[in-house]
Write a protein that binds this ligand. Structure first.
Ligand code: DAH
Length: 367
């Protein structure tokens, strides 16, 4: 055995051995590729066979020791194996991508047919509801809505309404003063004066003036802040009959078609004659119950024919025009409409209480 033949034999065995190893590597790569269950696992397989020190790479490195005559053939086989493995890797990668995509599509699927999450809606405050109802009734009768400031002068709030500084009627409206001349308005009546002065000599004057008013009172039926709606009509020939007609319509619209009104003589410095107006009890209909203290009637507002001096203070001539006015407490309307016993519930901010109220037609609140 010559060294030459030993060498040739070695190289010949090298050829066969390499072919065998290529074949084994091909089979192993194929199996590993099929088993890779993720892109990461597949990458590991690629490195294992085709990486720098990968199994196939090593086999290819051995090519150099093979007989030059056999090298091309071996190179062809090796390239074929390599291309096969690469093709396999690519195909498997695509399949894994597709699987991953459909898995994600399934997992992240949005069911657009599901109903949305209903946002929690607030409710209107019963005072706002009552206010809106009152405004609706009067604007439907052609009244305009006017407004005035919450911080008033003594003159507008009192003096122009026939309540000079020493007038005893001021005692009924315990007031918050800023200075001797500036006060949180105790009533919406000053809007009568402001509106007339801003609009004289236009006729008719036909307004309601809703708004907040303030008095130093605090008990089950009085709140230091509350709401009134003032009414004022001025024109030629306005009479008590007009006042009664308007208030009758108002009472029926607000409290129901069988509601009756009753006028009792009263006193206000800014009206003459003056009346307190009752409606037949909204709870018992007039037969007598706790709410109406068995009288069958509930007082809801003060009213009267505008005092001549008030017309003059507003810039109108009482020899030419006359008018009626009224003042209504909104909390009282809300309490009657919704059967609320204590005015403080309206200002306690308790959502369990407030959630019960919806505008008419929106149905009951949900628990
Ligand atoms: N301003 C009165 C009050 O707060 C209510 C009132 C009564 C207003 C009679 C009027 C009216 O316009 O004519 O007690």
């Amino acid at each position: 055995m010559t060294s030459d033949s030993r060498t040739r034999k070695g190289k010949t065995e090298g050829y066969d051995g390499l072919v065998a190893r290529l074949d084994t590597a091909r089979g192993a790569a194929r199996a590993a590729i099929e088993q890779a269950g993720s892109a990461a696992a597949l990458e590991e397989v690629r490195v294992r066979f085709l990486g720098r020190s990968g199994e196939l790479t090593q086999v290819l490195r051995g090519l150099g020791q093979v007989d030059a005559a056999l090298r091309p053939e071996l190179g062809r086989i090796a390239n074929e194996v390599r291309a096969g493995v690469e093709g396999h890797l690519t195909a498997r990668g695509l399949r894994l991508d597709a699987v991953e995509l459909s898995r994600r599509l399934e997992a992240e699927r949005v069911d657009i047919t599901l109903p949305g999450t209903t946002p929690r809606r607030g409710t209107y405050h019963p005072v706002s509801l009552a206010m809106a109802d009152v405004e609706r009734v009067f604007t439907s009768m052609g009244f305009e809505v006017a407004e005035g400031p919450d911080i008033e002068t003594d003159w507008y709030n009192f003096q122009a309404l026939n309540m000079p500084r020493d007038h005893p009627a001021r005692d009924m409206q315990a007031s918050f003063y800023f200075t001797a001349d500036v006060v949180l308005r105790t009533q919406t009546s000053p809007v009568q004066i402001r509106y007339m002065r801003a609009n004289t000599p236009a006729l008719p004057v036909k307004i309601i003036a809703p708004g907040r008013v303030y008095r130093c009172d605090d008990d089950a039926t009085h709140s230091p802040v509350f709401h009134q709606v003032e009414g004022l009509v001025v024109d030629r020939g306005i009479t008590m009959g007009d006042l009664k007609g308007v208030l009758d319509v108002f009472a029926r619209e607000l409290f129901g078609p069988t509601t009756r009104t009753r006028f009792r003589p009263s006193y206000f410095p800014f009206t003459e004659p003056s009346a307190e107006v009752d409606v037949s009890c909204t709870i018992c209909g007039g037969s007598g119950c706790r709410t109406c203290k068995n009288s069958g009637w509930i007082e809801i507002l003060g009213a009267g024919l505008v005092h001549p001096q008030v017309l003059r203070n507003g810039g109108y001539d009482p020899e030419v025009v006359s008018g009626f006015a009224f003042g209504l407490g909104i909390e009282r309307v809300a309490m009657l409409r919704y059967g609320i016993a204590d005015i403080r519930l309206l200002y306690g901010g308790d959502v369990r209480f407030l959630r019960q109220f919806r505008p008419a037609g929106e149905g009951r609140a949900q628990a």
